[in-house]
Design a binder for this molecule. Structure first.
Ligand code: ADP
Ligand code: MG
Length: 689
């Protein structure tokens, strides 16, 4: 069975009806092929059961315990609650089950079970809510296995996905290999079909790592091939939109309240040279969070406009696009810049507003278009697009880069990224771009003060936030999207907002922000925070990229151990953007040693480059997924730091393949060529949060 089976709709699988298929669609899974590449986000390992004294709070534990004392069942309104204690010779844990009255028969005092679930420390007690219960024999068969945990949406359970993937595999006789055997042999990579099966259902950690590396290599090879094909198209393309440096940018520079740093000036000079030079610009500005990339982008947009062209700037989130739009309008008002006519275009606009924006763009009434991936949709026709800027470039795959660049025939490309990538990798991954590095932060900034603390520190943190707010500053509190499906991330932000309101004086205005809010609501909250009408913003990671509110000086990150280090670095980058001393509080809710060590890296360094290196060193090659760097460059499995050897190998292989067969016409590359053309060229779509 080949392609046709993979193209079948998931609804054709046994056990999947209309409702479930709709839920899958929300996850981007329409066909069986999509389902097979819907990879788990992590795995549950079934360790040998622990003793009560060895449990680690904040983590999933399996414990072998005997029920002691009475098992009580209470009814509160329409809720039934079973509570009891279970113990071994080393200690005792309090257990609670909600709405599971049928369990009462198996929960007899004196019986022994394996309980598996999240352990929390409450006061001097350990507790487990809703633990899974196994007989000793049942559990023995699970030890050593890795169970996949998939990304979920509300209503879709992990079990449903597992069942569906199992069903899909029953009928897939083979998945076509598309990488030449010689390459697989040289790099000791396993076959594609085997890798896909093992990424879902690995029988142990070694198989999982094998699968992961193979699929990572796939991603890298396809990425580099795409890039090479793109570069071939662009090489030595002459400059169709020659520009001159304009008086408007000089005037702006004179009037800004600060002087550009030397590094910013260097980047700006590179850009002006490109725009006025013989060839089209393809440039990446790499600079750590807070290094001041936005103003450089604005000056480039202003240059395009003053030269009579349109420029567009694409951001990965609606919140960030809206903020850029507001800042541009502010600059225009403040410095009386008549040349720039900006418009905002995001998916969040009403149909009517979108249409109007599209009209203004196609008729050339506006010359500075700010937006999200809505900018690259087919309905948008630009009058004379000469410059495309992508902010937070590392959030995009090659496909979006390509699509936006394609909107203006041979438009200049300016990409911006804070991701620290070692030079050897940058040359490969941004092979089509020249690189300017902003390696200096604006002067007068005080280094952020960090602390890694446990949950007992919360009251102190709240008091600290209160003091900062009373001194005129603002604060962010980040809550992670906790276990989709098990606990609702949104409610979590909501609950936390309530807790903060209770713990802070009523004069302090606490509001929340999360990805499930209406776009207009999100904008309102962000603007109010920018205007200082909100003091404390409780948020999910929607604010992770790009957000700039220089008056905010406290970043408190709850469950910090759940985030990747580069993500933590980005989040921390939301403070320390003005002249005030800023603080970052990493709240570690796990008692594990590993989490502590990882967070310690954040504690010791504010340098994105060092953090990435240190993270890699600590993780070591044998680790399972761990906490991944989140979606660098659109890779779903490949981790450019950890798999840097494969990045390099894939680049050499891509060059060899293209040297032999520049158009991929040979039969041995036909499957590879198909893969390049499909969506599953695994360049994920936008994380439009
Ligand atoms: P990022 O590089 O992370 O995108 P931004 O461009 O958002 O950083 O800049 C962060 C803050 O620094 C903004 O408030 C911006 O106005 C300010 N800024 C930019 N350049 C300078 C400079 N040379 N001196 C002082 N402040 C600056
Ligand atoms: Mg930025």
């Amino acid at each position: 069975m080949g392609e046709s089976y993979l193209d079948e709709q998931v609804i054709n699988l046994k056990g999947i009806g209309e409702k479930t298929s709709k839920l899958f669609e929300k996850c981007g899974v329409k066909t069986i092929g999509d389902l097979l590449t819907y990879y788990p986000r992590c795995y549950d390992g079934y360790d040998a059961p622990r003793k009560a004294a060895e449990v680690i709070s904040g983590q999933i534990n399996s414990v072998k315990l005997t029920i002691v004392g009475k098992v009580v069942i209470r009814h509160v309104r329409n809720l039934s609650i079973i509570a009891f204690e279970a113990a071994d010779e080393t200690g005792k844990i309090k257990m609670t089950y909600f709405n599971a009255p049928y369990l009462i028969n198996s929960l007899k005092s004196g019986t022994t079970h394996i309980f598996r679930g999240m352990v929390q420390k409450k006061g001097s007690f350990f507790t487990m809510d809703q633990p899974k219960m196994y007989t000793i024999e049942e559990y023995a068969t699970l030890i050593g296995k890795l169970m996949p945990r998939y990304p979920l949406v509300k209503g879709l359970s992990n079990n449903t996905v597992v069942k569906a993937v199992e069903q899909a595999f029953i009928n897939v006789s083979k998945l076509e290999e598309y990488i030449p055997q010689t390459i697989l042999d040289r790099l000791s990579l396993c076959g594609y079909a085997e890798a896909v099966r093992n990424i879902h259902f690995p029988s142990n950690g070694d198989y999982l790592e094998e699968a992961r590396r193979r699929l990572a290599y796939n991603e890298f090879l396809l990425f580099v091939l795409k890039l090479r094909l793109l570069k071939n198209m662009q090489e030595e393309v002459s400059n169709s939109f020659p520009m001159v440096e304009v008086s408007e940018t000089k005037r702006l520079l004179e009037r800004l309240p600060y002087k550009l740093t030397n590094a910013q000036l260097g980047a700006w000079e590179d850009i002006i040279n490109d725009l006025s030079g013989p060839n089209v610009m393809n440039r990446l500005i790499q600079g750590d969070v807070g290094s001041g990339k936005t103003i450089i982008a604005f000056m480039a947009l202003l240059t395009a406009a003053a030269n009579g062209y349109q420029g567009a700037m694409m951001a990965p989130t609606e919140v960030l696009a809206a903020q850029h739009f507001e800042s541009i309008k502010e600059l225009i008002d403040k410095y009386d810049i008549k040349t720039l006519k900006p418009v905002l275009l995001t998916g969040a606009l009403s149909a009517k507003d979108k249409k109007e924006a599209q009209r203004q763009i196609s008729e050339g009434e506006v010359n500075c278009i700010i937006g999200t991936n809505a900018l690259i949709q087919s309905k948008v026709n630009y009058k004379n697009l000469a410059l495309v800027v992508t902010d937070e470039q590392h959030r995009f795959g090659v496909r979006q880069r390509e699509a936006l660049a394609g909107k203006g025939l041979n438009a200049h490309v300016l990409a911006m990224s804070a991701t620290p990538i070692p030079r050897t990798l940058a040359i490969i991954l941004y092979g089509d771009l020249h690189i300017s590095v902003i390696n200096e932060l604006p002067g007068g900034r005080l280094p952020i003060k960090n602390c890694v603390v446990g949950t007992e520190y919360r009251p102190t943190a709240y008091k600290f936030i209160k003091d900062q707010v009373e001194a005129g500053r603002q604060a962010y509190v980040i809550c992670p999207m906790i276990e989709e499906g098990e606990q609702d991330g949104v409610t979590n932000v909501m609950d936390y907002t309530e807790i903060l309101r209770e713990n802070l004086p009523s004069s302090i205005r606490v509001e929340m922000l999360h990805g499930k809010m209406k776009p207009s609501q999100k904008d309102e909250i962000m603007e109010a925070f920018g205007r200082k009408d909100i003091d404390v913003l409780v948020s999910t990671t929607v604010i992770e990229v790009g957000i700039n509110v220089p008056n905010a000086t406290v970043m408190m990150i709850e469950n910090a151990e759940r985030f990747g280090l580069s993500q933590l670095h980005q989040l921390r980058g939301r403070v320390g953007r003005g002249q005030h001393q800023s603080y970052c509080i990493f709240l570690n809710t796990s008692e594990g040693e590993e989490a502590k060590q990882r967070l310690d890296i954040m504690n010791k360094s504010n340098d994105g480059f060092k953090i990435a290196e240190e993270d890699l060193r600590q993780r070591g090659p044998g680790d399972l997924f761990g906490v991944r760097q989140s979606g660098e460059l659109g890779f779903r499995i490949g981790d450019i730091y950890r798999d840097s050897d494969l990045v390099k190998e894939s680049a050499m292989d891509a060059d060899r393949i293209l040297a032999e067969d520049p158009e991929l016409m040979l039969p041995q590359y036909s499957v590879l060529k198909n893969q390049l053309a499909t969506k599953s060229a695994n360049l994920v779509d936008f994380a439009t949060l």
